[in-house]
Design a protein. Structure first.
Length: 266
């Protein structure tokens, strides 16, 4: 619905995705350090901070960290598009865009790596733009303000997601996706260029099917056909075939092994 689209639009504006954050010299681990000191709030205390006239202010919590979002009143205050986030910890909704009562909760235990990275980037957004006032006693912090097992698990999941993201970014540099088009008359055409797959590089490469361990099917990538294999210095002895001998690759039938484009009819 519109709520979900709204969340997606805000997410796009903030340039979510670890690549963007990491590219800006953002240190994700800074967010995994102990939360700021400050007040310890119970869920019922936090619920009084929804920004109504009779209430003491406008707060929200992410992963148990409480932020004063008064400056964002038009978004988070009564009647605002994100008023559902106010006065509670709705960490899950930051990842899923589900603003129904079932979605406005702090349980992040079954989220995907990409969703955990979305939470991390929102945490960083609030840390950069709003004042942290303390911690919420409950799922992520105990009565003494010490991290709980649930918080440790969430942070471990974020670490894992960052590692996964870095590896897939690197794989995309090694094997940038092909350009491709299909028509009922001509069939499929795959080809490589210096920008294909959105990876700017100084080589073109040749199309190959890449099979990734653990995933079904293959997709077309551009493979460097000269020089040393990926990650090896040019000074080592090598067969000058780039990554062509990588075991996860397969040639397209009916295409010359070194052609920069490949047309499959039918």
């Amino acid at each position: 619905g519109p709520m979900r689209r709204g969340a997606a639009a805000v997410a796009a504006l903030l340039c979510l995705g670890a690549a963007c954050l990491l590219g800006r010299g953002f240190d994700p681990r800074a967010w995994l350090l102990p939360a700021p000191r400050g007040r310890l709030l119970s869920a019922s205390e936090l619920a009084r901070y929804r920004g109504a006239e009779s209430e003491p202010g406008l707060y929200l919590a992410v992963l148990g960290r409480v932020f004063d979002v008064e400056r964002g009143r038009k978004h988070y205050g009564p009647g605002g598009a994100y008023s559902g986030l106010a006065g509670r910890d709705a960490t899950r909704a930051f990842a899923t865009g589900d603003f129904t009562p079932a979605g406005l909760v702090d349980d992040v235990s079954a989220l995907s790596p990409g969703e955990m990275l979305a939470i991390l980037s929102w945490l960083s957004f609030y840390g950069d733009n709003y004042e942290a006032v303390g911690k919420l006693v409950g799922r992520f912090y105990d009565e003494d303000g010490a991290p709980t097992e649930a918080l440790r698990q969430a942070e471990a999941a974020i670490e894992e997601a960052l590692k996964f993201k870095a590896e897939s970014e690197q794989r995309k540099q090694q094997f940038p996706p092909c350009n491709s088009e299909w028509s009922s008359v001509k069939g499929s055409r795959f080809w490589c260029s210096r920008q294909s797959g959105g990876v700017n590089r100084d080589w073109v490469g040749v199309p190959r099917k890449l099979y990734q361990p653990g995933s079904k099917g293959s997709h077309c990538v551009c493979v460097r056909s000269t020089g040393p294999p990926w990650g090896q210095p040019a000074t080592t002895q090598h067969s000058d075939r780039g990554d062509l001998d990588n075991p996860h690759l397969e040639e397209y039938d009916g295409c010359h092994p070194l052609a920069q484009q490949c047309v499959l009819t039918g």
